[in-house]
Design a protein around this ligand. Structure first.
Ligand SMILES: [Zn+2]
Length: 271
């Protein structure tokens, strides 16, 4: 039995280019020391590049979780956000802004990824990250699932409707940051793979629909994640009949005009 941590009401993930601000109760403790701090933290600053917990915002103040926190790139932007009233409260609950793309473009250049050529070849464009995301329940792996607020509401409604029809839909993966995808590239380049070899398996950082918070990989219990065999399940049949009514569409159907590999598990909220 996995114990579900208490979920803060209206939990949101506040996003900056380098650092995410998490509700403490939704992060996994990696040590006993972590567990004590995370349970009391109003917010935890998490480095996007590698997931390191940088600092906790406790009632008595900021507790550093790494040495030399003050030298952490992007720290000022994250602390400013901590002090400001929550974006979603300040701007009206449904207002979602976007983070700038220039930092991503610099890093793609540094990695030797030809973003323009990739965009032309695939017909895909750069996808900006939202400046905050809403908690949309847990995924198959008991990780917090983050989506744009509109997509989160639609997903939770659709999942409930499926249950009423005897179908269990599981989220495999929702929002993923540019840094997450860049990290995959950095690790594979370090292992000696070329950019072209990596691009055969992984989308170029910045070009995935998952960065925008509206895309969702969907699975069903006892099925392997992100496999074409998903199309033979009752869950997929249910989605084909009902997803449209909940605002979801399959992004890459079989024989799609862009020539992108068929992904029956990948759906996006289009409203
Ligand atoms: Zn996907």
């Amino acid at each position: 039995m996995t114990r579900t941590p208490p979920v803060p009401l209206k939990a949101v993930l506040l996003n900056t280019p380098d650092i995410e601000l998490w509700p403490g109760g939704l992060l996994r403790a990696r040590s006993n020391g972590d567990a004590r701090i995370l349970s009391r933290a109003r917010r935890v600053l998490r480095r996007k590049r590698d997931g390191t917990y940088l600092a906790a915002d406790l009632a008595e103040g900021i507790q550093p979780l790494v040495p030399r926190l003050h030298r952490e790139p992007g720290l000022d932007a994250a602390l400013d956000l901590l002090d400001a009233s929550p974006l979603h409260a300040r701007n009206g609950i449904d207002h979602v802004g976007q983070l700038p793309l220039h930092r991503l473009q610099d890093r793609l250049d540094a990695l030797g990824v030809d973003a323009e050529g990739y965009a032309q070849r695939t017909g895909l464009g750069l996808v900006a990250e939202p400046d905050w995301l809403a908690f949309a329940g847990f995924d198959r792996y008991r990780r917090a699932l983050w989506l744009r607020i509109d997509a989160a509401r639609a997903w939770l409604r659709m999942r409930e409707a499926a249950v009423r029809d005897g179908i269990v839909l599981e989220a495999i993966s929702g929002y993923r940051s540019h840094d997450y995808q860049l990290g995959i590239f950095v690790r594979k380049l370090a292992r000696g793979l070329s950019v072209d070899e990596i691009l055969r398996v992984n989308a170029a950082p910045g070009f995935s629909e998952h960065h925008g918070g509206c895309a969702l990989d969907i699975g069903t219990p006892d099925e392997p994640p992100a496999e074409e065999s998903f199309e033979a399940t009752p869950a997929f049949g249910w989605l084909q009949a009902n997803a449209d009514g909940h605002g979801f569409a399959m992004s890459y159907p079989r024989g799609n005009p862009r020539g992108i590999v068929y992904e029956p598990w990948h759906w996006r909220f289009a409203g």
